[in-house]
Write a protein that binds this ligand. Structure first.
Ligand SMILES: [Zn+2]
Length: 231
């Protein structure tokens, strides 16, 4: 969920209403996927939405004697399940006498439409690394241990061992540094297994993001099959 519409009641800050709204839109909100529906799938068909497709947050801030920052934590959510992920995101700076009063409407959306609806800050995948060491060839010189940028190799009883295989970045530096020709250590990977890393903005737990993404993907595949069968 992200803020999509903002009703500005008062804004005497130096920020234009549009900039203020844009900043509010980019504040990550905790998302309650089970209580809300996408605005286009809601039965209300109203522009500002209803209780099923929007969550209201209000903000009232004023600087009296000293200038001060307005932070995301000052937004008051109507539904406690939909609130800023962090309370310390600066929204505006107010000089004495300046005031902001507004009502913001958060709605569900998709990252394809606007980055503010993207629940993921970084996602990456790699094949599952598989390292093999030929014990007959390895003389325990430890050159590979020294040069591995991820420090996943160690020396035990004069032989090289792999400590955390999953952290291998598949750079093959160990193969290049091994004085044996061909190298005693070999970097390979399992082409049938991915290591998938997902970092959430805090809007949803990472496992839920992956599950929802898979659900959307499968829905699209079913639609695609339907189109092909009809065509
Ligand atoms: Zn609605």
């Amino acid at each position: 969920m992200a803020i999509e519409d903002v009703m500005i009641i008062e804004n005497s800050s130096v920020l234009y209403d549009e900039i203020l709204s844009h900043r509010l839109g980019l504040v990550p909100l905790t998302t309650d996927l089970d209580s809300y529906v996408l605005p286009e799938e809601c039965s209300c068909k109203s522009e500002l939405g209803c209780n099923r497709c929007r969550a209201t947050l209000s903000l009232e801030a004023e600087a009296t004697d000293e200038s001060r920052y307005v932070y995301s934590g000052e937004m008051k959510p109507e539904n406690p399940e939909v609130k800023p992920v962090s309370d310390t995101i600066p929204i505006a700076k107010l000089a004495p006498g300046q005031r902001i009063k507004l009502e913001a409407y958060a709605k569900l959306g998709r990252g394809a439409e606007h980055a503010k609806w993207q629940p993921v800050s970084s996602a990456a995948y790699k094949y599952l690394p598989k390292l093999s060491i030929d014990p007959k060839k390895c003389n325990g010189c430890a050159e590979c241990v020294k040069f591995c940028p991820k420090s996943i190799l160690a020396i035990k009883n004069g032989k090289v061992t792999v400590e955390r295989e999953i952290d291998c970045s598949l750079c093959r530096e160990c193969e290049r540094r091994c004085p044996q020709k061909p190298p005693a250590i070999r970097v390979g990977w399992d082409v049938s297994t991915f290591v998938f890393a997902v970092e959430s903005t805090g809007a949803l737990p990472p496992a839920r993001i992956v599950k929802e993404a898979a659900r959307i993907l499968s829905k699209k595949a079913i639609e695609m099959r339907k189109i092909l069968e009809e065509g």
